[in-house]
Design a binder for this molecule. Structure first.
Ligand code: SDX
Length: 436
């Protein structure tokens, strides 16, 4: 099982110090820590004594915690889940094997995997009362709005698994969430089109089961295309975790108050919904449709560069990657494979995406800002080829990222430095004054 974070603290070396000299000449020493990979960090806790705060809107240069789950090297364009390169995991594992790895820290033995798969499979159904609950929504409700509400409501149906200080309870609630997210997402889609819910099939794999619940009907047999299942399996792996991104940081901040895991993941879904984060894949497709033809790309890029509209090239740029997002490479190859398999090689949106990427990567505006395609640039095209409706794109991202969220949530409860998150501020408001 996972090396507890507490043991891994012993690997943190702190033989270096940084010294701050204040305007009054006073100096403060700060311990520095080196991790197993990546930049050193400066422990700023001694600032408390000097009644000073650091200031870092957007946390551009702030490490919020120690973690052993995922490592990103933004300059190299490298992404490791528990030390394994994302390219190898996407090629050689199933999503559930990657889930086991992220949560437990090691790849499962065959016996461990069968036990894990059986536990996930056994919990893919939701109670009938949950299905009734879903029927309270307007059929036009966005699936992410439904998922925020329904996942949060899981706490009402699984109260016995909300003891955040028990590792067994955390493991069980994590498995419940991983297992039920695809079912809830598929139910929100079926409800929006007025079709009956399809129950999960215990003999199907994780990705295959999701496609079944999305597209099967009670009227005839349906078995998803294995090539498309493989593509979705890869999409799930690529989206499973990404260090301290906005939604994972949301889950951790909620978890720091000892909130139950269902409430924490519901908060993560809400954060992921934003178009600057997980909503970008939906925004990329809308952008490609708006461009409409490769002939319009140059004018579109000029508009972006002018900054007049305040719009961005969706699917481009990243806070950490200042090189290619390695997931974008895998996603682009998956795009080729799926479109070729479906005989859609001349798909217009894909042609626009390839041309847009080529032009942008040669344009000084994007080059000097180190803006490259990120995971969202191609994922929307693949999902569209799988007949997934655009409104479900971010829901699929949420299905995949659930394992990342619960792995970080579990880890923070094993962290000796665990405490409630409570940032401070630079106050610019009115000074003290009396009411007239
Ligand atoms: C995800 O954090 C994660 O790990 C997230 C994620 C994950 O797996 O969890 O990887 C998933 O969210 C991927 C990102 C998806 N979002 C998009 O594709 C939306 C478009 N991209 C951006 O809005 C932006 O690039 C961000 C939000 C991704 C990153 O924003 P930053 O790091 O805060 O960058 P910035 O806003 O400070 O921009 C720096 C400069 C600015 O120009 P100047 O003010 O210096 O002139 O780059 C420009 C920005 O205007 N810029 C862009 C741009 N992204 C940044 N210009 C045009 N198009 C873009 N996409």
């Amino acid at each position: 099982m996972i090396a507890s974070l507490k043991k891994l603290y012993d690997n943190r070396t702190s033989d270096k110090f940084a010294t701050l000299t204040l305007p009054n000449g006073e100096t403060i020493q700060f311990p520095m820590y080196s991790g197993s990979l990546g930049p050193d960090v400066i422990d700023i806790s001694p600032l408390k004594k000097a009644d000073l705060f650091t200031y870092d809107p957007g946390f551009v240069a702030t490490a919020s915690c120690s973690s052993a789950v995922t490592y990103i090297d933004g300059n190299k364009g490298e992404l490791l889940y528990r030390g394994y390169p994302i390219e190898q995991l996407a090629e050689k594992t199933t999503f559930l094997q990657t889930c086991y790895l992220l949560y437990n820290g090691e790849m499962p033995t065959e016996a461990e995997f069968q036990t894990y798969r059986a536990e996930i499979t056994r919990h893919t159904m939701v109670t009938q009362r949950m299905a009734d609950f879903m029927k309270g929504f307007d059929s036009a409700a966005h699936p992410m709005a439904v998922m925020i509400a329904v996942v949060g409501a899981l706490a009402a149906f699984n109260h016995e698994w909300t003891n955040v200080k028990s590792s067994r309870s955390r493991q069980k609630s994590a498995a419940l969430l991983v297992a039920k997210m695809p079912t809830i997402a598929a139910m929100s889609y079926k409800y929006s089109i007025g079709h009956p819910f399809m129950y999960p099939q215990n003999s199907y794999g994780f990705a295959e089961n999701f496609l079944y619940m999305m597209f099967a009907t009670p009227c005839e047999p349906y078995r998803p295309d294995p090539i498309l299942v493989k593509a979705l399996n890869r999409i799930f792996i690529l989206h499973a975790d990404h260090e301290q991104n906005a939604s994972t940081s949301t889950v951790r901040l909620s978890g720091s108050t000892n909130a139950n895991p269902f409430a924490c993941v519901s908060a993560g879904i809400a954060s992921l919904w934003g178009p600057a984060h997980g909503g970008a894949n939906e925004a990329v497709l809308k952008m490609l449709n708006e461009i409409g033809s490769p002939d319009n790309i140059t004018a579109f890029i000029e508009e972006i560069k002018s900054g007049k509209s305040g719009r961005r090239l969706m699917g481009f740029g990243h806070r950490v990657y200042k090189n290619f997002d390695p997931r974008a490479h895998v996603m682009r190859n998956t795009c080729h494979q799926v479109l070729e398999h479906l005989k859609l090689e001349d798909d217009e949106l894909f042609r626009i995406a390839l041309e847009l990427e080529k032009i942008a990567l040669e344009d000084e505006y994007f080059v000097e800002r180190k803006l490259y395609p990120n995971v969202d640039f191609y994922s929307g095209i693949v999902l569209r080829a799988l007949n997934i409706p655009t409104t479900m794109f971010t829901a699929i991202f949420a299905i995949a990222r659930t394992i990342g969220w619960v792995s970080h949530w579990n880890e923070q409860h094993t962290d000796p430095e665990f405490r409630i998150g409570r940032p401070r501020q630079l106050y610019l408001g009115s000074k003290k004054r009396d009411l007239k």
